[in-house]
Design a protein around this ligand. Structure first.
Ligand code: NAD
Length: 360
């Protein structure tokens, strides 16, 4: 190994991974000293919440199915009241980023131990980041207090994830690993993780998107297992790594035009990667290996298109006139990026993404 200097941080977490791991939930609660768990879900996943309450038996304090997108502080305050009223001493969050966000918001306020059962690929369970909304304004903080003590990945809980969300959530996850490879905080350990993350997630998404909903049985379980394993590692990259142009563009576009989060990542990633490709020889070698192709950006675009995910900013509702202001915002307050940012190249990138062209 060369004599590179680097800093490697790792976030503490106990991870239980596999198919049917929910059977270990009671043991995991006991290990954390949780005797009365408040179970959290969204209203859409209330049924899964009831199953968990049943499984916990006497160790369940109640079920709150009120988690919402962007973690409104009012919802957190209501749930804190329920937590106190039912004498809870711990949290079991079962769901995607919204439910996990609610659990983190409670733990931030009362230090309750958390067991998280992720059911999407968003990766929030692996980060010390909490985004909360108050009075319509979203603010983000980072604190080790919000990191879950135990993450229980059970592939069975992801089988019901709708097809469109599978692709968008999976691509959003891939973006975290891709940018970890060339962010300012890239290091050999993180790069190793990111390569494995991309390999597992992209191969799974390829199978899940090629066959649509037609794969079943063992083949489906295997693809879902690879996707969830990839999601864990991608989430770890987000929790440990930095970000670059791709994330900057998504933040600008999401904030300026109110575009949907995961779908915006899906559309922008192939184009941001193609823009950076000439400046990131070693990360590109890793991505080529991980995806088994000489054209990683094209492969990501093809998977999205094949699976019926959006491939253009136009179909997400961005106005064409917005391209110039998005370029200005990106240049006004840039993130670190391995390739110099310049107006002409960024305009071409966004025009191509707006039209939904295959990146070249
Ligand atoms: P989500 O949690 O809002 O879920 C969307 C919908 O899908 C919900 O109705 C949910 O109940 C449902 N769903 C989730 N998994 C399902 C399953 N297996 N079966 C059936 N329905 C299911 O969406 P998300 O994409 O998981 O998370 C997005 C949110 O997470 C955003 O608010 C984002 O900001 C946040 N996030 C935070 C971090 C962080 O580090 N803090 C990281 C990633 C995402």
């Amino acid at each position: 190994m060369s004599s590179r200097n680097f800093i490697y941080n790792s976030n503490p977490a106990r991870v239980v991974f596999g198919v049917g791991t929910i059977a270990k939930l009671e043991d995991e609660a006991e290990a954390l000293g949780i005797n009365r768990a408040l179970v959290l879900t969204t209203s859409a996943q209330q049924e899964q919440g009831r199953e968990i309450v049943e499984r916990l038996g006497g160790r369940a304090a109640g079920l709150c199915s009120n988690a919402q997108m962007h973690t409104p502080v009012t919802v957190t305050e209501d749930t804190m009241r329920v937590f106190a009223e039912c004498g809870a001493d711990g949290i079991v969050s079962c769901g995607g980023g919204s439910t996990i966000g609610l659990g983190k918001a409670i733990a931030y306020r009362n230090d309750a131990p958390q067991i998280v059962i992720p059911t999407s690929y968003a990766g929030s369970e692996m980060t010390p980041i909490l985004g909360q909304t108050e009075g319509g304004v979203k603010k983000t903080l980072s604190s080790p207090k919000v990191l879950p003590e135990t993450v229980l990945y059970d592939v069975n809980y992801t089988l019901s994830l709708p097809h469109s969300m599978t692709l968008a959530s999976g691509m959003n996850a891939v973006a975290h690993a891709v940018e970890a490879l060339y962010s300012e905080s890239a290091n050999p350990v993180l790069c190793m993780l990111a390569e494995e993350a991309v390999s597992s997630m992209v191969s799974a998404l390829g199978k899940l998107s090629e066959a649509g909903q037609t794969i079943a049985g063992e083949e489906l379980l295997e693809a879902r297992t690879d996707a969830l394993y990839g999601a864990w590692l991608c989430g770890t990259c987000l929790g440990l790594g930095g970000v670059a142009l791709h994330h900057k563009l998504c933040h600008v576009l999401g904030g300026s035009f109110d575009l949907p989060h995961a779908e915006t990542h899906t559309v922008v990633l192939p184009h941001a990667l193609a823009y950076n490709a000439p400046a990131i020889a070693e990360p590109m070698d890793r991505l080529k290996r991980a995806m088994g192709t000489d054209d990683p950006a094209g492969r990501l675009y093809d998977i999205a298109k094949q699976g019926g995910a959006p491939v253009s900013l136009r179909e997400l509702g961005m106005p064409a006139e917005g391209i110039a202001s998005a370029v200005r915002s990106t240049l006004d307050n840039p993130y670190f990026n391995p390739r110099e940012l310049e107006a002409e190249g960024l305009t071409q990138l966004l025009e191509s993404a707006w039209h939904g062209n295959r990146p070249s």
